[in-house]
Design a binder for this molecule. Structure first.
Ligand SMILES: Cc1cc2nc3c(=O)[nH]c(=O)nc-3n(C[C@H](O)[C@H](O)[C@H](O)COP(=O)(O)OP(=O)(O)OC[C@H]3O[C@@H](n4cnc5c(N)ncnc54)[C@H](O)[C@@H]3O)c2cc1C
Length: 398
């Protein structure tokens, strides 16, 4: 029986398993990941305000995999060799007739002083630590920023950082302590705040009293400041999202890598020059427009295409489907979400509405309910109210 290995239990890996099982009933599938939990990253921005506990955003995927007749191999991939036929993990090696790499991004610490920052992209513990620090602050300055990867501009987490600026601003207003805080957002040169949806977001942030500093390279962090190539900003709480790179294990592997450190793939999601080997999501660098940011929706589109093409190759046919380039963002501001869509024909955006917020909520519920074990669906967490102060924890006294 042919055996496909899928690396990663995130958006791309799970979608690849689902689509491959639909297209190819007979293939054996093994998903490899360091742990069996899926993390719904997009709504981590609701953790600082207390509207989500980090645990609300994860679920165990082993039952879902079992129902798709896919095996789970717990382990961390350390190398891929023999042109994708051998997957080496820290808990044993697997032989693969087909491979889908969906192991997400790594964030090499390129800026000195990152021990002083809170990384919203760092996962549950980082989100929890940031929430606790914000609760303990009586006032001060919050500086938010992100860096891009000059060799691959889409490898930056810009939208989550901007979204966090909106949610923090709204949170502090509802807690009636916004006047005691300054908010600053530092954007790298690739973030074009003069055009498109980003221009609209920057204008809205400024209208809410958030200082936006475009075109900056962050040079270093200290405990009490952020130093850019133009200024030094005092900071009581710094949130930073580093530039993304590809899998750390790529250096030990014989898969082709781009200058940005990602797995090099073609327009069909197939790894350059290799048969039956695909890469999707944050781990891969696709040819295509610079506006094609790395996001969950994209990872799923790419995984669908990869699985369909791989299924054809397993049947001895040539891959033919191309990845669709498309961006869908809901930029939530606690209770109201702005909707941004972009494809090859253009970009359009809707201002913040309740509908946008419910869309973001609905996407979270759909993903977590789908992947959670049967009979142990995560408790449904509700929408954030449209307005009104509602501190959910004791605030520090002045
Ligand atoms: C704070 C935040 C907010 C975001 N908001 C949005 C949003 O609103 N909308 C949106 O569309 N996108 C959003 N994104 C982006 C989105 O979450 C990612 O683009 C998406 O998760 C990429 O999917 P992926 O499958 O490539 O990687 P991931 O979902 O990160 O999954 C990677 C998987 O690989 C596993 N893995 C890692 N290393 C190894 C290894 N060595 N061996 C085996 N397995 C490994 C991991 O454990 C994980 O299971 C956000 C991201 C962040 C951080």
């Amino acid at each position: 029986m042919l055996h496909v290995v899928v690396i990663g239990a995130g958006f791309g890996g799970l979608k690849a398993v689902e689509e491959l099982r639909t297209r190819h009933a007979g293939v054996a599938i093994t998903l490899v990941a360091p742990g069996p939990r899926f993390l719904y990253w997009p709504n981590l921005v609701w953790v600082p305000s207390g509207w989500r506990e980090p645990e609300d955003l994860t679920c165990d995927v082993r039952d879902w995999l079992f129902r798709r007749r896919a095996a789970y191999h717990e382990g961390r991939v350390v190398a891929v060799r023999d042109g994708g036929r051998s997957v080496v993990t820290d808990s044993g090696a697997l032989v693969a007739d087909g491979l889908v790499v969906a192991s997400g991004a790594t964030t090499p610490a390129a800026v000195p002083g990152t021990e002083h920052v809170y990384a919203i992209c760092g996962g549950l513990d980082a989100a929890r630590a940031m929430r606790d620090r914000l609760r303990a602050l009586a006032g001060g300055r919050l500086v938010l920023g992100f860096a891009d990867n000059p060799a691959h501009p889409p490898a930056a987490r810009g939208t989550p950082v901007l979204e966090l600026a909106f949610t923090l601003d709204e949170q502090l207003r509802r807690e009636r302590r916004r006047a005691r805080f300054r908010l600053d957002v530092v954007l790298p040169p690739s973030a074009d705040v003069a055009h498109g949806a980003l221009a609209g977001l920057a204008t809205r942030l400024r209208a809410r009293g958030v200082a936006v500093h475009p075109g900056r390279r962050i040079e270093r962090f200290a405990a009490d400041r952020v130093v850019t190539d133009r200024e030094s900003l005092a900071s009581d709480l710094t949130v930073f999202s580093p530039a993304m790179s590809g899998p750390a294990w790529l250096a030990e592997s014989d898969l082709p890598a781009t200058a940005s450190g990602h797995v090099a793939v073609d327009a069909r999601a197939r790894v350059d020059g290799l048969e039956r080997v695909y890469a999707v999501g944050d781990a891969a660098a696709f040819p295509g427009p610079a506006w094609q940011t790395k996001q969950a929706h994209t990872a799923e589109l790419q995984a669908e295409t990869a699985a369909r093409n791989l299924a054809r190759e397993l049947d001895g046919r040539a891959p033919r489907e191309r990845v669709r380039h498309e961006v869908v963002h809901v930029v939530d501001g606690l209770g109201h979400g702005a909707f941004v869509f972009r494809d090859g024909r253009g970009e359009w955006a809707l201002p913040p509405t309740r509908l946008g917020h419910y869309l973001k909520l609905g996407l979270e519920r759909e993903a977590l309910r789908k992947y959670a074990p049967r009979g142990r669906r995560p408790r449904a967490r509700g929408a954030v109210p449209a307005a009104g102060p509602r501190p959910r924890f004791p605030l520090p006294r002045l």
